[in-house]
Design a protein around this ligand. Structure first.
Ligand code: ZN
Length: 257
């Protein structure tokens, strides 16, 4: 296992991403799955986003309308990168001559937007027998498949705070130790718009006598196991699988020591 990263390092990077990007709101239930996410979780960031800027929404709507009127070839595709969706300045509504540029900068009013990434956490909860907790998803995406507890980091929340909160919400478990396993870029599509995510996976410990109580709206089942191909081939999100495979390699090293 890797050493626990310094809280300072984690906080620093978390701060950086939150300060640069504010639009995407974490969802309680979302999974880093590229994390990740249940219907509910997915719905939340978008709902917040919509609430956040009525202007933006209006601009987007009119942008789509006017684009359709002008030229059917440039009509909004069914799925697109978030930077491409900035057809107008969200602040002053000036049409964007260069959709897709990162960062977005409005020449009219100076408004700038960096497009993320938003942080998401995944928990590899391990028991005393060195078994991993897998949870079966009760909703799409990935309904009926295995996943890890986790979700988006809320604004104003630390990475560690998000892990504690997500795991408690989904399983009622209280984490006692966290240790960074791996991180990786990811993305997340909601309502046809794909935004950037940075996943952080932590190996987590819980007290030996812990009882799991699943959040049944989101999860239907759990099991402690050393995952094999059977589980790995039935995981909801590729990012979760990559993290579990890394954990399995580290576990093997530990065992052979
Ligand atoms: Zn502007």
């Amino acid at each position: 296992m890797k050493k626990k990263p310094s809280a300072a390092t984690v906080k620093k990077s978390a701060k950086k991403s939150t300060s640069r990007k504010s639009a995407k709101k974490s969802s309680r239930k979302a999974h880093p799955a590229a994390h990740p996410a249940s219907d509910k979780s997915v719905a939340k960031p978008a709902a917040k986003k919509a609430k956040k800027s009525v202007k933006k929404k209006a601009a987007k709507k009119s942008a789509v309308k006017s684009v359709r009127k002008k030229d059917s070839k440039s009509a909004k595709p069914s799925q697109e990168r978030i930077e491409k969706a900035f057809r107008y300045c969200p602040s002053c509504r000036t049409p964007n001559d260069n959709p897709g540029a990162i960062p977005f900068r409005c020449e009219e009013c100076g408004f700038a937007f960096f497009f993320g990434p938003v942080a998401a956490v995944g928990a590899l909860v391990v028991n005393e027998a060195q078994e991993l907790l897998l949870v079966r998803r009760a909703r799409d995406p990935g309904k009926g498949q295995w996943g890890l507890p986790g979700g988006f980091v809320d604004r104003g929340e630390s990475i560690e705070g998000a892990l504690h909160r997500e795991v408690a919400e989904e399983t009622q478990l209280k984490l006692t130790e966290l240790s960074l396993l791996t991180t990786g870029p990811n993305n997340y599509t909601y309502a046809g718009v794909t935004a950037d995510v940075i996943d952080l996976f932590f190996v987590c410990k819980v007290p030996a006598d812990s009882k799991i109580q699943l959040e049944l709206a989101e999860l239907s089942e759990f099991k402690w196991c050393v995952p094999t191909k059977r589980e790995l081939n039935n995981m909801a999100f590729p990012s979760n699988r990559i993290a579990v495979e890394k954990w399995l390699r580290e576990r093997k090293k530990q065992v052979s020591k």
